[in-house]
Every structure is written in structure tokens, then in C-alpha cells.
Design a protein around this ligand. Structure first.
Ligand SMILES: Nc1ccn([C@@H]2O[C@H](COP(=O)(O)OP(=O)(O)OP(=O)(O)O)[C@@H](O)[C@H]2O)c(=O)n1
Ligand SMILES: C[C@](O)(CO)[C@H](O)COP(=O)(O)O
Length: 246
């Protein structure tokens, strides 16, 4: 019984607008993907389980650089590390990582390097839920804003509100998401055809499980697992870390 983590780090970070791919951008002196990897590797379940295999997806031309980076920092850590070339979409990147999982892995976490400050306790909570028999698990937080569905108003490109969506049963879903390996493989295999194109790919792995008609369970998310999408998100994360150090 082995827990693996897939760390998705192959995105370009268009919305961040940094010259480096997002996962390689420094946050308080350390790359985002290293923050995220450290969080995953520090997780311990109540039964003492931890992540023993780490598979990282990278953009083209960055495989050797990322492998060297991880070896330099995690060289002493007791973890098997694989670095693979990502795909055109996040879904395709996860599929490439699944393909290299060692045979002994039975539980897989899928986590975004773009969520560098997700605490170890969150990964542990997700693994514990999978081990408790929930084959697909996502962390979720209540939605705090009022949410409205919109549509085109006329031919001008303006939007108008169609309806206000009841938010009590909405959750903003984060990563790490956790899966029994067999279910994750089945879901990605079934969804492979639409995974190559951003217009048809799912935005998270649980979405593929939902498409199979199988249940996905929710555990409590964590504010610290917020996603870094824009330059402002990165600045906020810098402030949070500075505050913790103070
Ligand atoms: N082809 C891709 C696209 C995204 N990701 C990863 O999936 C996570 C979530 O993606 P997102 O936040 O959208 O990152 P980017 O695609 O890099 O950002 P943007 O959409 O602004 O370009 C990130 O850790 C990113 O590196 C990936 O591994 N492979
Ligand atoms: C997987 C994810 O982080 C869950 O919230 C999210 O869907 C990624 O979305 P992105 O547009 O690829 O950042």
C-alpha cells in the first residue's frame, strides 16, 4: 500500500504574467512547486502514512531543470521522484503522470503547484478519507459571494444576469484531490479523448469521476490552499509568509 502524489506544474501561468512558468516562480525565495512538494511530503495520516512517490509534470524544455531542482532540495527525503513532460491541458498532464506511477501505488493525490501553501494537514485529511473507503475525495470550502449565472444580453457582447444560484450547497473545490488508483485510471482513460483540448478538458480530476457517474466525496478545505492565478495572488501569498515569519 503506497500513497503517491502527482504535482501538476506544467502550466505556463499566462494569467500570472511572469517570464517564468508559474510553478518555477519564486515565492519568498523558493519556487512554487517546491513549496507545494514540501507540503505534500510533510503530510502524515493518523495511521502514520505519508507520500512515498512524487510525480511532477513540467513544461517542455524544463524536465532536466526541474529534476535537478528537486534532487537538490529533496535529495535527503525518503521519496521516489519522477519528473514527466506535461500535456497541452492540465488533464493531459495528469494523464502523463498516471502513466509512470509505480505498480505498488494504490492511492493517488493530485495537487496543483499553483496551490503552494496547502498545509500538510489537508493532504493527510484527504488520504484518510480515501483510506476510509471513499474512492474519490475533494477538499471544498463554502462559497462566500453571491453567485449569479449570466448570459449574453444582446449582440453587443454585454452580459446580463440569468439567475442567482443558491449557494448553501455550493463548494469551491481545491487540491489535493485524492483517489483510489484504479478509479483515477478508469476516469482518465474514459475521458482521454476530450483531455487534449482546453475547450473540452475537465478542470479537475474529480470531474472525470463524476462523468463516470461515480460518487465524489467532500472533506473540509483550507484557506491556505488558495490557488495562485494572478500577480495579486502571489503578492498576497508573500504577505502571508512574511506574517508567519514575523
Ligand atoms: N497543461 C497544463 C496546464 C496546467 N498545469 C498545472 O495545473 C495547475 C493549475 O493550472 P493553472 O492554475 O491554470 O496554471 P496555468 O495553466 O499555468 O495558468 P494559466 O491558465 O494562467 O496559464 C498548475 O499547477 C499548472 O502548472 C499542468 O500541469 N499542465
Ligand atoms: C484543479 C483546480 O485547482 C480545482 O479547483 C482547478 O480546477 C484548476 O483550474 P485552473 O483553471 O487550471 O487553474
Amino acid at each position: 500500500m503506497t500513497v503517491a502524489a502527482i504535482l501538476t506544474a506544467a502550466g505556463s501561468g499566462t494569467r500570472l504574467g511572469h517570464p517564468l512558468p508559474k510553478a518555477l516562480v519564486p515565492l519568498r525565495g523558493e519556487r512554487l512547486l517546491l513549496h507545494a512538494a514540501r507540503g505534500l511530503l510533510a503530510a502524515r495520516t493518523t495511521a502514520g502514512e505519508r507520500v512515498e512517490v512524487l510525480v511532477v509534470t513540467t513544461p517542455a524544455d524544463r524536465v532536466d531543470e526541474v529534476a535537478a531542482l528537486l534532487a537538490g532540495v529533496l535529495g535527503e527525503a525518503d521519496v521516489r521522484v519522477e519528473v514527466v513532460l506535461g500535456g497541452a491541458t492540465r488533464q493531459a498532464s495528469v494523464a502523463a503522470a498516471i502513466a509512470v506511477l509505480p505498480h505498488d501505488v494504490d492511492v493517488v493525490l493530485v495537487h496543483d503547484a499553483a496551490r503552494p501553501l496547502a498545509p500538510p494537514s489537508l493532504a493527510a485529511r484527504v488520504v484518510e478519507a480515501v483510506r476510509a473507503g471513499h474512492a474519490a475525495v475533494v477538499p471544498g470550502l463554502p462559497v462566500v459571494d453571491t453567485v449569479k449565472r449570466v448570459g449574453p444580453a444582446d449582440g453587443s457582447g454585454a452580459e446580463r444576469v440569468r439567475e442567482t444560484v443558491a449557494r448553501t450547497d455550493l463548494r469551491a473545490v481545491q487540491t489535493p484531490q485524492g483517489f483510489e488508483r484504479a478509479l483515477l485510471v478508469e476516469a482518465h482513460t474514459a475521458g482521454a479523448d476530450h483531455g487534449r483540448d482546453e475547450r473540452t478538458a475537465v478542470s479537475d480530476d474529480a470531474g472525470l469521476v463524476e462523468r463516470l457517474g461515480r460518487p465524489v466525496w467532500v472533506v473540509r478545505g483550507d484557506d491556505r490552499a488558495a490557488k495562485i492565478t494572478t500577480a495579486r495572488d502571489l503578492a498576497l501569498a508573500e504577505l502571508l509568509l512574511a506574517e508567519e515569519d514575523a
